[in-house]
Design a protein around this ligand. Structure first.
Ligand SMILES: NC(=O)c1ccc[n+]([C@@H]2O[C@H](COP(=O)([O-])OP(=O)(O)OC[C@H]3O[C@@H](n4cnc5c(N)ncnc54)[C@H](O)[C@@H]3O)[C@@H](O)[C@H]2O)c1
Length: 257
C-alpha cells in the first residue's frame, strides 16, 4: 500500500452490514457454509434452495429462505425479489449445482447432458443476468465452478464441460460488468466433504474403498470442508477483494498443484 491510499481497518474490509446477499443452493453443503459466513459478516442473506426442508437450517443461522428451483424462471425471479426486498442486491453466490457421475462418454445420453447444462450453466447464466440487473450500486457475484472445469477427469465429461462453461461465463461477465462496479469471480473447489459428495461416494464406500482417505488425498492432507470454501467466498464477496475480478480461485488443498 502506498501512503496515498486510504488506510481501511481490516474489520471494515469484511464488514458486510447493510449488504443484501442471495445464495443459491444454500440449504446444505458448501452453500450453507457460505450463507453462514455472510450472515456472520453482517449481510442480510436469502437462501434459495430446491429443498423446502432446508428452511429450518436457514432460520437457525438467521437467513431468509425461499423454496426455489433455479431452472424455473419465475421461481428464480421470486427468489431475487425476496433477496433484494425492492432495495437492490450486493452479493450473489451462484452455488446450486448438480454432479451426478456422467459415466462413459460413449454411453451418456443427450437428456443427461441437457439436464447437467440446464442446472449448472443455463440457470446460473439466468441468475447472473438477474443479479446484474439488480446491482445498481455495484456488487460481487461468486460462481461455484470446480477443478473439473479446469482439468477434466474420466467419467465426468458432462460435469467438466458444465464447470468449464461457468469459468468462461465468469470471465466474460467480469469484463462486461466491471464498468457497473460489479466484480465476478469463480471458486473452483477440489473434493469437499458435503452431503452431495457423500451420496456420490456411497457406492465406493459400499465397495470397501476408504472414502475418507480419498477425500483427504491432497498435499495438505486434510479433508476439504465446506467452510474452507466459505472463507474464500467471503473474501471474494468482501472489500478484501476490491480489485479482484474475473479470477478463478482454486480451493483444493493443493490437489491440482
Ligand atoms: N462438494 C464438492 O466436492 C464440490 C467440488 C467442486 C465444485 N462443487 C460445486 O459446489 C456447489 C455445491 O456443491 P455441494 O457439494 O455443496 O452440493 P450438495 O449436493 O451437498 O448441496 C447442493 C444444494 O443445492 C441445492 N440444489 C440443487 N439443485 C438445485 C436447483 N435446481 N435449484 C436450487 N437448489 C438446488 C440442493 O437442494 C442442495 O441443498 C455445486 O455447484 C458443485 O458443483 C462441489
Amino acid at each position: 500500500m502506498t501512503d496515498t491510499e486510504p488506510s481501511v481497518a481490516l474489520g471494515e474490509l469484511i464488514d458486510l452490514s447493510g449488504k443484501r446477499a442471495l445464495v443459491t443452493g444454500g440449504g446444505k453443503g458448501i452453500g450453507a457454509a457460505i450463507a453462514r459466513r455472510l450472515v456472520e459478516a453482517g449481510a442480510a442473506v436469502t437462501i434459495a434452495d430446491l429443498d423446502p426442508n432446508a428452511s429450518r437450517a436457514a432460520a437457525q443461522i438467521g437467513a431468509e429462505f425461499v423454496t426455489c428451483d433455479i431452472t424455473d424462471a419465475s421461481q428464480l425471479a421470486a427468489a431475487f425479489d425476496v433477496a433484494d426486498g425492492g432495495g437492490g442486491l450486493h452479493i450473489v453466490v451462484n452455488n446450486a449445482g448438480i454432479f451426478p457421475t456422467t459415466g462413459s462418454l460413449t454411453e451418456v445420453t443427450d437428456a443427461f447432458v441437457d439436464r447437467m447444462l440446464d442446472v449448472n450453466v443455463r440457470a446460473q447464466f439466468s441468475a447472473t443476468r438477474e443479479a446484474a440487473r439488480r446491482m445498481a450500486t455495484g456488487g460481487s457475484i461468486v460462481n461455484l465452478a470446480s477443478i473439473a472445469g479446469l482439468g477434466g477427469g474420466a467419467n465426468i465429461s458432462a460435469y467438466a464441460a458444465s464447470k468449464a462453461a461457468v469459468i468462461a461465463l465468469t470471465r466474460a461477465a467480469a469484463n462486461e460488468l466491471g464498468a457497473s462496479g460489479i466484480r465476478v469471480n469463480a471458486i473452483a473447489p477440489g473434493i469437499i466433504d458435503t452431503p452431495g459428495v457423500q451420496e456420490q461416494m456411497e457406492p465406493l464406500r459400499a465397495g470397501g474403498i476408504d472414502v475418507d482417505a480419498r477425500i483427504a488425498s491432497n498435499p495438505v492432507g486434510q479433508r476439504g470442508l465446506p467452510d474452507h470454501v466459505a472463507r474464500c467466498a467471503l473474501f471474494l464477496a468482501s472489500d478484501l477483494a476490491a480489485f479482484v475480478s474475473g479470477h478463478v480461485l482454486v480451493v483444493d488443498g493443493g490437489a491440482t498443484a
